[in-house]
Write a protein that binds this ligand. Structure first.
Ligand SMILES: Cc1cc2nc3c(=O)[nH]c(=O)nc-3n(C[C@H](O)[C@H](O)[C@H](O)COP(=O)(O)OP(=O)(O)OC[C@H]3O[C@@H](n4cnc5c(N)ncnc54)[C@H](O)[C@@H]3O)c2cc1C
Length: 577
């Protein structure tokens, strides 16, 4: 994809703690057209769309970018084959088109992958219906299809995927969707917005509404690193806080009519060597026939997910014993040779789907479409959707915000049309990904003498920003050395993560910037001391602060290992649906 740039475009983005401080000063002093609350994929999409249309735009995130649901996904950019059963043809078509657009604007992050839906004698749907569904899945992508499905015999499947249960297997449908790195997708979207002039800060929490002459004039936020108040003036405000949407509406406006239905989704993480499958599997849980996925991802396989109503605390989501049992039972049925058990689970993560509230439906049946609520005044909330469709959600939201800006403030967009499908994400200005990958991997191995896996990791994580990473590597003592012997991350990435990725906490780096937390059984607890010392020096932490950071990391490890203990009663509503 070729480059389209706007006025404030910065090729190499400095996105450091000092830039954040400067951004907070800007937040306090300037009047914004659009203020976005929430730095998950939805907020990231909105801030990027708004700034690309030429609005003066800001975004605040109370935690790290993508610390909420957006890093708890199944790592798929997909049309959602299962929604065909609900006759949601419009949604599936939209998602299939978005799949291709995301491949184009972020080719280093979103990659096509083969998927497989095995069909058994006792499958809920007969083979001909699944075959018809597959045709429809291809057709609904129109010209944006990324590969046609094919039906595969049981005999061939036994060779292609020997881990799969053979008993009762009739055939399988092989089709295509995409895999992604959800953190990288959010971060590249945020960085793209910042690159085009948006004012963005993480660890800034919206707390109160500012009123002038009785009208909403902005948000009083808090810098969570210093406790200082950050008053932000804005003409229109976009609430993109996902699962927190109702909570924030009630905190700001004392409004208590719920828009969101939060359902919990759990994934188990196992090593790929313990379940050596080559395709992403869609299967149906043996307990209730819900679709479940086994997705090979990096050196892992993600097994998910549950879908259960959730009414507990939004900032502390545990994986419980019953979540794990539900998934193990089904996946052991489908992959009997793997003999999956607690010992093979590295960790288990839980996220909350911010679904549109629809009464009388089970969690799985609730629509994955989105809706925008305009109230009160210039405060807009967006609910629902999927990671895959975030760009369309953002487009709809910015369209609504533009209309309000025009009508109430006579402020019009410099570029009236949405161009987010044409502008590459940060690091995504790549014409042909395969050529780019081969060239860069070759160069990094031959000229820079990196191991092959490190070179591949650089290409997938940073795309065309690799030169910045190489500078960071050169500027870091032992910058070329691996942080963990079994993983491709090198110490220089710490410099890059802080200077170009607004990394401010130990878990920002271990959980999100590198995924070491998920990729390795100790979840970073065996390598954190060196990283904590480095961050302490760079970020000026006191000993107390460093200890807090370490405790926070340990607590997050605890959340993902909680299922090994007795089940808790913290989540009062819990039913597989
Ligand atoms: C288990 C699971 C698997 C999924 N798998 C897929 C998949 O494979 N593909 C797909 O397309 N979709 C998938 N989804 C759906 C997708 O992940 C979500 O729709 C999407 O991530 C929601 O993003 P969001 O930005 O709306 O919410 P979030 O990512 O939760 O972002 C909201 C942000 O708002 C911030 N915030 C909250 N309150 C405040 C405040 N007061 N001030 C400032 N910031 C605040 C939070 O810290 C948070 O970062 C999955 C969802 C789940 C739960």
């Amino acid at each position: 994809m070729s480059k389209i740039t706007t006025g404030d475009f910065k090729e190499s983005l400095k996105f450091s703690p000092e830039v954040r401080e400067q951004n907070i000063r800007t937040l306090k002093t300037e009047l914004f057209d659009v203020l976005v609350i929430g730095g998950g994929i939805t907020g990231a999409g909105i801030v990027r769309d708004a700034v690309l249309r030429g609005f003066k735009t800001a975004l605040i995130e109370k935690d790290d970018f993508a610390a909420g649901t957006s890093t708890k996904s199944s790592k798929l950019v997909h049309g959602g084959f299962r929604y065909l059963k609900q006759m949601a043809f419009g949604l599936v078509h939209e998602a299939l088109v978005e799949r291709k657009i995301l491949m184009d604007i972020a080719p280093h992050i979103v990659h096509p992958t083969k998927c497989l839906l095995p069909i058994y004698e006792n499958s809920a749907e007969p083979p001909f219906l699944i075959h018809m569904g597959m045709w429809m899945y291809d057709i609904l992508a129109f010209t944006k299809n990324i590969g046609r499905h094919r039906m595969v015999s049981a005999k061939e499947l036994a060779i292609l995927e020997p881990e799969l249960r053979q008993e009762g297997l009739k055939k399988g449908a092989e089709y295509y969707d995409c895999k992604e790195d959800d953190f990288r997708l959010v971060m590249a979207t945020i960085q793209s917005a910042a690159q085009h002039g948006a004012t963005i800060a993480n660890y800034v929490k919206a707390k109160e509404v500012i009123r002038e002459n009785g009208k909403i004039a902005g948000i009083l936020a808090e810098n969570r690193l210093t406790g200082e108040s950050v008053p932000i003036k804005a003409r229109v405000i976009a609430n993109a806080t996902g699962p927190w949407s109702d909570e924030i509406r009630s905190a700001l406006f004392d409004e208590h009519d719920p828009h969101v239905r939060t359902t919990k989704g759990v994934h188990l993480i196992v090593k790929h060597s313990d379940l050596p499958i080559t395709r992403a599997f869609m299967q149906f849980a043996i307990q209730d026939k819900r679709p479940i996925f086994a997705v090979p991802w990096k050196t892992l396989v993600l097994l998910g997910t549950t879908d259960t109503d959730y009414a507990g605390g939004l900032d502390r989501i545990y994986t419980e014993r019953r979540d794990v049992d539900y998934l193990l039972e089904s996946f052991n049925y489908y992959f009997p040779k793997a003999n999956l058990n607690d010992d093979k689970i590295l960790s288990a993560f839980a996220g909350l789907r911010p679904l549109l509230r629809e009464e009388g439906k089970s969690a799985s049946e609730v629509t994955r479409e989105h809706a925008i609520f305009e109230a009160p005044e210039n405060f807009f909330s967006i609910i629902g959707g999927k990671l895959t469709t975030h760009r369309v959600m953002a487009k709809d939201m910015v369209h609504r915000l533009s209309r309000r800006l025009e009508r109430s403030f006579s402020v019009s967009a410099k570029n009236p049309h949405c161009i987010t499908d044409k502008v590459p994400l940060y690091g995504g200005d790549i014409v042909n990904y395969e050529t780019f990958r081969q060239e860069w991997v070759g160069r990094l191995v031959r000229e820079n003498h990196f191991d092959h896996d490190i070179a591949e990791h650089f290409v997938e994580s940073f795309g065309t920003r690799i030169p910045d990473v190489l500078k960071a590597v050169a500027a870091t003592p032992d910058g070329r050395e691996r942080i963990h012997p079994g993983l491709p991350h090198v110490w220089g990435e710490l410099t890059y993560a802080v200077e170009h990725g607004m990394t401010l906490a130990l878990d920002d780096f271990l959980i999100r910037r590198t995924h070491i937390f998920s990729l390795e059984k100790h979840q970073g607890l065996d390598v954190y001391p060196g990283i904590a010392d480095w961050l302490q020096k760079r970020l000026g932490w006191s000993e107390d602060e460093k200890q807090k950071q370490i405790n926070r990391l340990k607590q997050k490890v605890h959340f993902t290992q909680y299922f090994r203990e007795e089940p808790s009663h913290e989540n009062p509503i819990h039913r597989q649906s």
